[in-house]
Design a protein around this ligand. Structure first.
Ligand SMILES: C/C=C/C(=O)SCCNC(=O)CCNC(=O)[C@H](O)C(C)(C)COP(=O)(O)OP(=O)(O)OC[C@H]1O[C@@H](n2cnc3c(N)ncnc32)[C@H](O)[C@@H]1OP(=O)(O)O
Length: 284
């Protein structure tokens, strides 16, 4: 169950302390920030205030040294089933161009971003889940790209993201058909990392995020997440070269000394947090 705020995140309390906000934030003492899509009366259908609230919270979380990992979930029975269908049909009716979406905010997020997919996940909701680094799904969750069924194209760069996760053939299948996939098939395809009973999904994702927050170097995780993205392009030699460049910065670092000392001394590590100086995320 989502608690109300227990700590402010860079002044977020003032902006997002409202229990009716489109995205709720709950910052636990272990450094895990849980963000909850919160339009349960519209099944968490994606709308401008949800997008703005979510990206705004991510930008602030990136800059806040007290936030070490973020879990994203949905209020009620769905995660996010894509654009709110009570509004989507009317968008751009007068030929207006829709604004380009600031997808770099979730894509470049420098701290672990973990999805707890508690239910229906489709369209732009699936896109947001795929931007997360790791996905936990409820055994009852159902997935669909949905775009073609709604008369839309593969939005938010999802044709790129999806084919790298599930391969070209599966991406074609899922995007062309928009068919509904259950949690077991989503796991088989590689769309999600873990499937757990519905009641456990948020707790499992938070426990995983808490482990990362307590035990892994924030700087190392930021670099690793960037490496995985960068290495989706180019050759192995380029990836190897990048890894040498990063490794040179980490050999002899305080994080390496602490990671080794904590293991040898059989105690939890005390890694320095990642704060605003290192965060390159800019508000959309
Ligand atoms: C720019 C961005 C564009 C886009 O994102 S385009 C894509 C828009 N999204 C969709 O077209 C997806 C439509 N929904 C579905 O395909 C399915 O749902 C799911 C696969 C996500 C989940 O399936 P299941 O678990 O079987 O749920 P259920 O019974 O279909 O839906 C539960 C309730 O949720 C409502 N609902 C579903 N999607 C939306 C939505 N996108 N906006 C508003 N409401 C939605 C339904 O109507 C229903 O409601 P009730 O129980 O009252 O009949």
């Amino acid at each position: 169950m989502v608690r109300t705020y227990c700590r402010a995140v860079s002044g977020l309390r003032e902006d997002h302390g409202d229990p009716d906000a489109a995205v709720l934030a709950d910052h636990a003492p272990d450094g895990v920030l849980t963000l909850t899509f919160n339009r349960p009366e519209r099944r968490n259908g994606w709308a401008e205030d949800m997008e703005q609230g979510y990206y705004d919270l991510l930008v602030r979380a990136a800059a806040d040294p007290d936030v070490r990992a973020v879990v994203v979930t949905g209020a009620g029975s769905t995660f996010c089933p894509g654009a709110d269908l009570s509004r989507l049909g009317g968008l751009g009716a007068e030929g207006a161009r829709l604004p380009h979406k600031p997808v770099d905010v979730p894509r470049q997020f420098p701290k672990p971003l973990i999805a707890a997919i508690n239910g229906g996940c489709a369209g732009v909701g699936l896109v947001q889940a795929l931007f997360c680094h790791v996905r936990f799904a409820a055994d009852t969750a159902r997935f669909s790209t949905a775009f073609a069924r709604r008369g839309l194209i593969a939005e938010y760069g999802v044709a790129w993201t999806l084919q790298r996760l599930v391969g070209v053939e599966n991406a074609m299948d899922l995007l062309l058909s928009g068919r509904t996939v259950d949690a077991a098939e989503a796991k088989e395809l590689g769309l999600v990392s873990r499937v757990v009973p519905r009641a456990d999904v948020l707790g499992a994702a938070q426990a995983y995020a808490g482990d990362l927050a307590r035990n892994c170097s924030p700087r190392a995780m930021a670099v690793i997440a960037g490496q995985v993205l960068a290495d989706q392009e180019g050759s192995f030699d380029e990836a190897l070269e990048r890894s040498y460049i990063h490794a040179d910065r980490f050999i002899g670092s305080a994080d390496l000394r602490e990671g080794v000392a904590s293991f040898l001394e059989k105690r939890p590590p005390r890694f320095a947090p990642l704060g605003s100086r290192e965060s390159t995320l800019r508000a959309p």
